[in-house]
Design a binder for this molecule. Sequence first.
Ligand SMILES: Nc1ncnc2c1ncn2[C@@H]1O[C@H](COP(=O)(O)OP(=O)(O)OP(=O)(O)O)[C@@H](O)[C@H]1O
Length: 224
Amino acid sequence: MIVKTENLSREFVRGKNQFYAVDHVNLEVEEKELVAIMGQSGSGKSTLFHMLTGILKPTEGKITVLDHEIEKMNDRQLSVLRGGDLGYIMQGKNLLQNLTVMENILLPLSLGKNRKPDKERITYLTELLGIQNMLSEYPANLSGGEQRRVAIARTFAQNPKLVVADEPTSSLDMENSEIIMKYFQKMAKEGTTILVSTHDREFANYADRCLWMKKGKLEKRELE
Ligand SMILES: Nc1ncnc2c1ncn2[C@@H]1O[C@H](COP(=O)(O)OP(=O)(O)OP(=O)(O)O)[C@@H](O)[C@H]1O
């Protein structure tokens, strides 16, 4: 099992209300699976992904990712993991603005253990994602969709065993979304486990399995 959560929960307080953003989630993802989590805005997908990747501590429950007990790891151990076997494509723009595109792509590799940049892999990825002519640009000079593609290239450049991707196709046009979905499917077949959150129902055609998140609870259900 690559991902396993047991009763994973996160509570937040807003005003006088205490509520579960993630409510006793039991999720299991096997090696080589491409699993899509769908759900309305605010249903808890990002909170779940933040906990799986050690960005956010749970209020309750257990998380095992790639044989690591995530909630017991310290920040240093977590950043080594996130620079190596675990790749996290976060939502929104998250490139470092003072580094060029290429420097951004190489950054996780400098945090991971025993990972050296694989030039061939990086060339392949940047060409596939159509960012090969922007490698010496700064992120501020790129569109939102281009920055998204750089973030995707950065994650796969580290050759992770598990990729957690939070709405990877959100600011992309159809053509680029399809390239990403096909690439995810290919990488899953070749051995990378991928967990993706999305509003894009097209992903259902590429994923091995779709789950639905509703008010913090994870449901198994057919798409309408
Ligand atoms: N730090 C926080 N403090 C209080 N409430 C929070 C915090 N972070 C998230 N929430 C709330 O928790 C709920 C789940 O948010 P989350 O970002 O996980 O949803 P999501 O499914 O990823 O949404 P989207 O699809 O819009 O990204 C929302 O109601 C959100 O407002």
